[in-house]
Design a protein around this ligand. Structure first.
Ligand code: HEM
Length: 447
């Protein structure tokens, strides 16, 4: 786990020993579609499988958020948060998404126009600039200004350390007595973590002081926060989680998709043709119109399947008293995970699972497809059940807008150097994919 190869190790164990394997003294991994329902969905007569505290504990010194709350508090918080991610909210928030995606395109065009043969950029950085600027605006009415400055805000640089520290803490929690000792040994890191968190507390307070004025995430939280609402510390801590989860996962998915598109030029060409023939001008690209672009939507589904930003799936524990998963009885407290990486690349679920084929998601246009029997329900990057991602529509909208705007405005070409040849699936994972630089050449298209 500390080497960052846990996902691939578990995947290898699944290939060798089957769909249900033991990966720790008290831990099972499932690579079976049925397990999504058994572990995550609400099953009448069954208790909820609780979030595994080894992975989901409150970071030291921080209050509980919707991620770490017990079932009762979680339901209360989810009620408050829910409307912020409704279709109505998304429509109102569209100008925020448009502003930053257009700014990303404008900044990249400025760079690309300097030389006819285009410009080489580390696209991982640019997608992160865009998604973090969007979430800063959506959460706090304060962009992180990465796109305008062309570099990371200090708060974002700190996040990549937080993932590694969290993975390390999770390893240590397997030996509970070690955690307290470890935390005492890294006072500087703990101070950084606290300073990082305090910045969100301050941003949250500044945004709350502005009131309900704009239809961002905070305005919905404030509007819904009646008598049975969230406390100020719960809101601050939840905004912290949303700032990280609401940006890093999306930019990682965009980088993964771009990596596979560049290596599959026929797919990239088909996508560019679909997008460029659908619009007269980049200003016509709206969230509603993007829903109609079938190939674009297939590319995104395939990207989420083959380059998942959260490859392990959310870890859970069997409730007290025990329960069954995929027909197997497990005692209470058994740690379980549905290993999305293994399942989404399983030959039992998908034809040609290691290859990038957006067509597999277009069956309604091609009933003779070789992908007709693919088990689409195996790919569940947003999870299922009462704790599934609240922002699925928002995320798809953001991915569609970013990807369509990129291929509308640029020819994206491969770069013949180590960063250009990055193999996406070879990267390490510390809870999320530990992305390396990935370089592409962008050539401006005159539309
Ligand atoms: C590709 C992008 C994303 C992926 C793969 C993703 C994945 C997930 C997953 C797997 C969960 C469930 C965790 C669990 O069951 O324990 C979740 C929950 C959640 N996510 Fe996302 N997410 C993404 C983007 C976003 C964005 C952009 C936001 C907000 C701006 C967001 C907000 C949330 C919220 C509020 C929950 C609710 C969890 C709960 O009820 O406890 N996510 N996400």
């Amino acid at each position: 786990m500390l080497r960052g190869y846990n996902i691939r190790d578990v995947s290898r164990i699944h290939r060798e020993y089957g769909e249900i394997v033991r990966i720790g003294p008290n831990e099972l991994s499932f690579a079976k579609t049925e397990a999504w329902n058994d572990v995550f969905s609400h099953r009448p007569g069954h208790q909820e499988f609780y979030r595994n505290p080894i992975w989901w504990s409150r970071p030291p010194g921080q209050p509980s958020s919707f991620i770490t709350a017990n079932p009762e508090d979680h339901a209360r918080m989810r009620r408050v948060l829910g409307d912020a991610f409704s279709e109505k909210a998304l429509k109102e928030q569209e100008p925020i998404f448009q502003r930053y995606v257009q700014l990303m395109i404008q900044r990249l065009r400025e760079k690309a126009q300097i030389r006819d043969e285009g410009v080489i950029v580390n696209i991982v950085d640019w997608y992160r600039y865009c998604t973090f600027d969007i979430i800063g605006d959506l959460n706090f009415d304060e962009s992180f200004d990465c796109l305008s400055n062309g570099r990371y805000h200090w708060w974002i640089e700190g996040i990549f350390n937080v993932f590694k520290i969290s993975a390390f803490l999770a390893c240590i929690r397997f030996f509970p007595w070690l955690e307290a000792i470890f935390l005492r040994c890294i006072p500087k890191k703990m101070q950084d973590l606290q300073q990082h968190y305090q910045a969100v507390v301050d941003k949250t307070q500044r945004r709350m002081n502005k009131g309900l004025g704009r239809p961002d995430i905070m305005s919905y939280i404030m509007r819904n926060n009646g008598e049975k609402g969230m406390t100020a510390p719960e809101i601050q801590s939840s905004m912290n989680v949303l700032s990280v989860g609401g940006s890093h996962n999306t930019s990682s998915t965009m980088s993964g998709i771009t990596n596979y598109l560049v290596k599959n030029p026929a797919c990239l060409q088909r996508l560019a043709m679909e997008v460029r023939s659908a619009y007269q001008s980049s200003h016509d690209i709206t969230l509603a119109s993007l829903l109609k672009l079938l190939y674009l939507n297939g590319v995104i589904e395939e990207g989420l399947r083959i380059a998942p930003p959260f490859p392990a799936g959310p870890p859970r524990c069997v409730p007290p008293g025990g329960d069954t998963v995929c027909g197997e009885w497990l005692p209470g407290g058994t740690e379980v995970q549905v290993n999305s990486w293994s399942l989404q690349r399983s030959p039992a679920a998908f034809v040609l699972p290691e290859e990038f084929h957006p067509e597999r998601w277009l069956l309604h246009t091609d009933p003779s497809s070789i992908f007709i029997n693919d088990d689409k329900n195996a790919s569940q990057q947003f999870s299922v059940g009462p704790r599934r991602c609240l922002a699925q529509s928002l995320t798809y909208a953001e991915l569609r807008l970013m990807l369509a705007s990129m291929v509308y405005s640029f020819d994206i070409r491969p770069v013949d150097n180590p960063a250009g040849k990055l193999v996406w699936s070879d990267q390490k994972t510390y809870i999320v994919v530990d992305e390396r630089p990935f370089e592409v050449c962008l050539v401006s298209v005159v539309n």
